[in-house]
Write a protein that binds this ligand. Structure first.
Ligand code: ADP
Ligand code: MG
Length: 303
């Protein structure tokens, strides 16, 4: 190829570069700062910027993976800086979040739960209001005791979702939380009863700065889970004044009369039930969500 052809090809290429809307905007925004021959002198930079930008747009391997080029002024000429892409920022945010939100057997959907997307209607506003209030107080002074929320209501009304929203809001303020799906946890506990992990597991829940117990009362009642797991955890949290939230299909009264009262043998143990309920009442404020089942509406919109 002779020099003339090469020049031609270069001019052709640069035509596209100069037509790029981001480059055009940069040039016009910085017109007064740029030296008159900046475009000429910085042609290779503009070309690099254009090429890298398009590689990223086509999801091809770029020079600095995870980073995107930006045009910057440098001594009246044009240079390229690299800044993290939206994807990289999101990925970092997700990694940070997953360190802060410890969840045990919780559904994946809680990752995306937020107060902002919590669909509102008059049936849900009280629970949302209480959850937001608790979260704000906790953010203001995480070292103090705040009464958590006890959210109850039937299946699929968004109780677990709301816990997820609390955890994510706190994570955005760098505050850690622990969420456990209590029935799954109870099954796991029964399995590890002879193992040596039992004590450590209960201990880590006792001491978690913020503990959220999901679906309390949904597992088969067991005196052992009630007294040696739940009772031990709640006793400690009440003594140490550690914020704790709950969700349940049952109101506090129903939980006390049913799940907490009936022993594994079928006997009634109202005194023991009352002891646990006193702790739950100390730790949280009850609020009901009376709504239709979202799970059904979302998965089967035609039903
Ligand atoms: P519950 O814990 O009360 O049984 P979930 O929190 O599991 O209910 O919610 C049921 C389904 O509805 C989930 O798939 C969840 O993502 C969705 N959902 C719940 N609340 C909302 C909401 N406010 N906005 C959008 N989706 C929601
Ligand atoms: Mg739930």
């Amino acid at each position: 190829m002779n020099k003339k052809d090469l020049n031609h090809r270069f001019d052709d290429l640069m035509q596209d570069v100069y037509r790029d809307p981001d480059i055009k905007r940069f040039l016009s925004e910085n017109q007064t700062q740029l030296s008159p021959d900046a475009v000429e002198k910085s042609a290779s930079k503009l070309f690099e910027y254009y090429a890298e930008k398009n590689k990223i747009a086509k999801h091809e391997m770029s020079q600095v993976p995870g980073y995107q080029p930006v045009l910057v002024l440098s001594n009246h000429l044009i240079d390229i800086g690299y800044q993290p892409t939206k994807e990289l920022i999101q990925e970092r945010e997700e990694r940070r979040r997953s360190h802060l939100v410890r969840s045990i057997s919780m559904p994946k959907m809680i990752q995306d739960a937020s107060f902002k997307d919590f669909n509102q209607n008059e049936n849900r506003i009280a629970a949302l209001g209480l959850a937001v209030k608790f979260t704000n107080l906790y953010i203001q002074s995480p070292e103090k005791f705040h009464k958590g929320v006890y959210i109850y209501g039937s299946f699929g009304v968004g109780k677990t979702y709301l816990l997820g929203a609390i955890a994510n809001r706190l994570a955005s303020k760098n505050l850690p939380s622990t969420m456990i799906h209590f029935p799954s946890f109870a099954v796991e506990m029964k399995r590890s009863i002879q193992g040596n992990t039992f004590g450590a597991k209960v201990d880590s829940l006792k001491r978690a700065p913020l503990l959220m117990i999901d679906d309390i009362g949904a597992d088969a009642s067991s005196t052992w889970i009630r007294d040696d797991v739940l009772g031990v955890i709640l006793e400690y949290r009440m003594q140490e004044e550690l914020p704790t939230c709950f969700t349940s299909n049952f109101s506090m009264q129903q939980l006390q009369d049913g799940y907490l009262t009936i022993s594994t043998q079928g006997d009634e143990e109202p005194i023991k039930a009352q002891r646990i309920m006193e702790r739950i009442e100390y730790l949280s404020t009850e609020v009901e969500i009376l709504d239709t089942n979202w799970r059904k509406e979302l998965s089967n919109p035609d039903e």
